[in-house]
Design a protein. Structure first.
Length: 238
């Protein structure tokens, strides 16, 4: 006889299907109809979907849930050249329309922003990430996640060899969050998955990642990390 698990359910669940949740080819109508019953024990639900798939299916699904629906959209960058080269088929008008629909119908908008997007000059990487976060905040994003672009899939390495991509550093991620964390009423965080692999000072990397984690949790700027090795490196470069 199977025993019923007595561990309480988490308050929120994320439905991840490695595709666009509201694309009928990814989540058939029968599945979308059955899911709300299975989700009754959760206070909130999060899904990911391309802005072009946000519409009547999103509204109908949200209305059947017991709690609020959060929809995550990858805005990535508003740098015009980089946005075109990424070929995500996402123009700003389409993003704006999706954002308005979600907010007008009581859904929460979460946005993903890239730090170090391909085709953005490395010297401008932080500035364009900050500008993209500002764009999302101005359009009502409840949460914005700054994601440093990572290699490892072969494509980033190819673009790097062509001079079209420069790996973002831990310092750049820290600077971007420092500049964005006070953009109220949105919550802005730094994605720290594999953050230890970002280029950075080996002496203070752990402390800097810990600082970012604290800022993610508190929503407030933490005291900067003092590092003699970083200071010496800057002085040597002068």
């Amino acid at each position: 006889m199977l025993k019923t698990l007595e561990t309480p359910l988490p308050h929120r669940v994320k439905l991840y299907n490695a595709s666009n949740f509201f694309d009928v080819r990814a989540v058939p109508e029968d599945d979308l109809t059955r899911l709300p019953e299975l989700l009754q024990g959760f206070r909130g639900v999060t899904v990911e979907s391309h802005a072009s798939t946000i519409g009547s299916r999103s509204i109908a699904f949200a209305r059947q849930l017991a709690g609020p629906l959060e929809v995550a959209i990858g805005l990535e960058t508003i740098h015009p050249l980089a946005a075109a080269q990424l070929n995500k088929k996402l123009d700003l008008a389409r993003f704006d329309s999706a954002a308005r629909l979600l907010i007008d119908h009581g859904m929460d908008l979460r946005v993903f922003v890239l730090l170090g997007a391909p085709f953005v000059p490395a010297a401008e990487s932080v500035d364009w990430a900050v500008r993209t976060v500002e764009y999302a905040v101005e359009r009502g994003a409840a949460v914005v996640s700054i994601i440093p672009v990572r290699g490892g899939n072969g494509e980033m390495e190819r673009l790097e060899s062509l001079g079209a991509f420069t790996r973002p550093t831990l310092t750049q991620l820290e600077t971007a969050l420092d500049r964005c964390i006070s953009m109220r009423p949105s919550v802005v965080t730094a994605d720290l998955w594999d953050a230890a692999l970002l280029p950075g000072c080996s002496e203070c990397k752990v402390d800097r990642i810990d600082r970012l984690a604290k800022m993610n949790a508190s929503g407030c700027v933490e005291p900067p990390v003092a590092c003699a090795s970083c200071l010496s490196s800057r002085e040597d470069a002068l």
